[in-house]
Design a protein around this ligand. Structure first.
Ligand code: HEC
Length: 152
């Protein structure tokens, strides 16, 4: 009886995978075609634009905050004053249990914690443009760090 149930489940899962793979099979698969130099340049440009915006936000640029409709700090302290060059932000260690929050946290949770607590600012949309830019800058500044989730 137990075995039958397991078989039924395995069969359902198999059918689901076939449906997924078969679905839109005439669409190119991810990374099938090598990217052209122009595409790579365009991707890099998009990325670096985000890094630059994040850099401005991280350094408390009022014009960028206004443009993205966020207020990251009400103490006069920008992120960079406590984390020069994004030091001690350790993006490669997330997600992890974060003592300050007493919960399992992503990098975005932690960025919002810093905005709300030390900065006394207003939490930002975790999927909004300001968060994406801050994330891009934080990762970029810590590039080549070894991915090590859960570490303290
Ligand atoms: C007044 C000082 C201060 C300011 C300003 C500040 N932080 Fe922090 N930040 C801290 C403290 C304190 C911690 C918690 C201790 C720790 O984990 O290093 C922390 C931790 C972090 C972490 C997690 C580090 C880790 O390894 O767990 C990130 C990411 C972070 N801050 C990002 C930001 C961002 C982005 C801003 C600006 C919006 C900012 N911080 C502004 C003091 C500050």
């Amino acid at each position: 009886m137990k075995n039958d149930k397991w078989h039924a489940r395995a069969l359902t899962a198999g059918v689901a995978v076939l449906l997924l793979v078969g679905y839109d099979s005439d669409q190119p698969m991810a990374h099938k075609e090598p990217h052209t130099a122009e595409q790579l340049k365009a991707f890099e440009d998009v990325f670096m634009e985000q890094v630059r915006t994040g850099d401005l936000l991280f350094h408390g640029d009022a014009a960028t905050e206004k443009q993205l409709n966020v207020k990251l700090s009400n103490t006069g302290m920008a992120c960079a004053m406590c984390h020069p060059f994004a030091s001690d932000t350790h993006p490669h260690e997330f997600p992890k249990f974060q003592e300050q929050m007493n919960e399992f946290a992503t990098l975005r949770d932690m960025i919002n914690w810093c905005i709300e607590k030390p900065n006394e600012g207003e939490k930002i949309d975790p999927n909004g443009p300001a968060m994406k830019a801050l994330e891009a800058y934080t990762y970029y500044s810590n590039r080549n760090s070894k991915l090590d989730p859960g570490r303290h």
